[in-house]
Each structure stands twice: as C-alpha cells, then as structure tokens.
Design a binder for this molecule. Structure first.
Ligand code: IPM
Ligand code: MG
Length: 368
C-alpha cells in the first residue's frame, strides 16, 4: 500500500459539494490500485475571509507544502465582490497559493467527450478531433507585476485636474519564460509534437522577450518539435474557427486565463474541464470552472471537472497512469450510458437520466 497526504481546499459556492465527489472517486480508485489517501482540510477564499479575515491564512500554505498534492474546488462569490483595494478578496487565496507553492505551470486540457459533442455551440465539423493542451504561465506577468492605485494631484484628468490613477505591470524574467517553454515542449513530445506560442509581440516588450526565449529553447533543445507563433488576438479567432489544428498552446498568465475560458467553451461544457498547476514541489489540481454561487447548496452541480482533476493528480503527482486511465474510462462510460447533470443535459436527455451531484459521483464509482 502506498499512502499519500492530500490537502483538501473546498473553498466557496459549489466547492464543498463537488470536492466530496472527488474524494469519493479518489478513495474508490485507490482501493482498486493499492493507494491510500489521508486528508487534511482547510478553508480558503471567501470561506476563510468569513472565518478569519483573510483569503489565505498562513497555516494553509504550510499544510499544502506538507501534503503530496492539493485538491482545490473553487473560490469566490458575489458576497465578497468589492473594488476596494483595502478589502480582502477570495481570489487572493488562489493567487497566493499558486505563488506560495511556485506553481508556474498550469495545464488545461481541452478534449471532447463523444457523448457530449452536441453540447458545443460550434458546428460538429469544426470541433471534430479537438484535443489541445493549454499551457498557461501561472506565477508571473500582469497578475503579479508591480501595481498601484493612487490619487494624482495633477494628472488624472484630461486637463490636469486631480483624480485617481492605477496601473498594473506585465513583466517577465528570462528564466520564467525559459521554464514554461520547456514544459510546453515536453508536453508536445508526449502528444502530437506541435507547440503554438501565443504572444502580442507586435506591441508588447514582454512578448518580444517571450518570443525570443521560446525560439532559443526550441533551437537549442527541442528542434524535433514543430513551433509556430501566433498573436493573441488572432489566436482567439483561430481557436473557434480551426480548434482541431492546435496541439499545445503556451502563453503568459493573463492571455492564458482568457484563452482557456474560450477554449473550454469549445466543448460546450465548462463543467467538464480540469486543470493541474505544477511547480517544483506540491502540485495543485482544480476544475477550470468557478464556484457557481447561483446553484450553490442545491446539490445539482456537475462534479466531473473535479473528478477529472483527480485523474490529473493521479497522472502528474503520483505517476499512477493506470488508475488515472480508469477514472477517465469510468467518466466516459457514465456519459456514454446517458447520465447527465443538469448543465450537460439537453432536450434529448430523458428526465430519469438527469442526476444530482452526489449520484453522479456514485455512478463514476460504480463504473470503477
Ligand atoms: C482561473 C481563474 C482565476 C485566474 C481567478 C479566480 C483568480 O479565472 O483559474 O482561470 O484568473 O487565474
Ligand atoms: Mg480564468
């Protein structure tokens, strides 16, 4: 028996409901493959703000570092929305743990489950064969650059009148681009051998450095991988016109945030997409979707993205490929058998096949 320590961070909204299904699946697949999991749990995001006034209490980071992997659900909600820079925000919990664990690589795979191919708003012939990996830089760029909001006595208004000013800075150091580029090339070698690097090198200095470094790493160490550059605005367009042409996309933090929501929507079901955030130590796994406060507490949320983030955990943190394959097969089988949560049901889904959060988790466990 191999025992792993998992740090659970349910967060806000539907978080506690879906993470329970992730744990259910982890325990079931572990029992089958000789892995045991011991859990610690902590509050993060809005729940932590309510309990102790900050989104990422210092103890969480210690707990996360001591664990073999972190399973997070989602943070945020209208209750904590504010533009006041002095008030805590739930997102600080997520950004803080990413930075604190140095999780610089964010992998967001986008694949179509055949049973759900009708869910996309794009034409079937456009989405056929879509299988791409978004590699998003996660601890740099404008998310973590110098920023300030201040009252300017003479320069905020057109006519030099006083008023408020604010700026954020998109900054990259060479080593930050170097290491994320390597992750993308490595991922491509295990896939179809192609990397598309996304930047805005026609305008931004940080993007020109990005492009130079990516090409240097390519020439020096990965000449066998195909590399293309694409400007971010063009990429946004190509993603919905020819999504199947992409294999690995690599990009800086904020471009990756925006493009990964777009890419997720190619499948028509954001509730299906998982992500892995990797660094040099403990890794973190979470669904790509948010905390869905509108349906929180009703037990109807789709737990599959959380369950698929368990699949990624097995793959990337524990190198348990067979267990990971089992989870994916079980999810596929449940969908093929016609089971749906409300968000992925459509007019053709019979009422008795629409199930709640907990039943969906049970079905996956049954198939395991
Ligand atoms: C994501 C989310 C986060 C991000 C938010 C919640 C801070 O949108 O993981 O994509 O912007 O990175
Ligand atoms: Mg996002």
């Amino acid at each position: 028996m191999i025992a792993y320590k998992i740090c659970l961070l349910p967060g806000d909204g539907i978080g506690p409901e879906i993470i329970a299904e992730g744990v259910k699946v982890l325990d079931a697949v572990g029992a089958k493959h000789g892995l045991t999991f011991a859990y610690t749990e902590a509050l993060i995001g809005g729940a932590a703000i309510d309990a102790c006034g900050e989104a990422l209490p210092a103890s969480i980071l210690e707990m996360a570092k001591a664990a073999d992997a972190v399973l997070l659900a989602a943070v945020g909600g209208p209750k904590w929305d504010t533009t006041d820079p002095d008030k805590p925000r739930p997102e600080q919990g997520l950004l803080g743990i990413r930075k604190g664990l140095q999780l610089y690589t964010n992998l967001r795979p986008v694949q179509i489950f055949d049973a759900l191919s009708g869910a996309s708003t794009l034409k079937p012939e456009v989405i056929e064969g879509v299988d791409l990996m978004m590699v998003r830089e996660l601890t740099g760029g404008v998310y973590f650059g110098r920023r300030e909001r201040f009252y300017d006595e003479a320069g905020a208004g057109v006519d030099g009148t006083p008023g408020q000013r604010a700026y954020d800075t998109m900054e990259y150091r060479e080593y930050e681009i170097d290491r994320i580029a390597r992750q993308a090339f490595e991922a491509a070698r295990k896939r179809r051998g192609k990397v598309t690097s996304v930047d805005k090198a026609n305008v931004l200095e940080s993007s020109r450095l990005w492009r130079e470094v990516v090409h240097r790493i390519h020439e020096e160490d990965y000449p066998d991988v195909e590399l293309e550059d694409i400007l971010v605005d063009n990429c946004a367009m190509q993603l919905i016109t020819r999504p199947a042409d992409f294999d690995v996309l690599v990009t800086e933090n904020m471009f990756g945030d925006i493009l990964s929501d777009e890419a997720a929507q190619i499948t028509g079901s954001l509730g299906m997409l998982a992500s892995a955030s990797l660094g040099d130590g403990t890794a973190l796994y979470e669904p790509s979707h948010g905390s869905a406060p509108d349906i929180a507490g009703q037990g109807i949320a789709n737990p599959l993205a959380q369950i698929l983030s368990v699949e990624m955990m097995l793959r990337y943190s524990f190198n348990a490929q067979e267990a990971a394959d089992d989870v994916r097969r079980a999810v596929t089988a449940v969908l093929d058998a016609g089971w749906r949560t409300g968000d992925i049901a459509d007019g053709a889904t019979p009422k008795e096949k629409v199930v709640d959060t907990s039943r969906m988790g049970d079905l996956v466990v049954d198939h395991l």
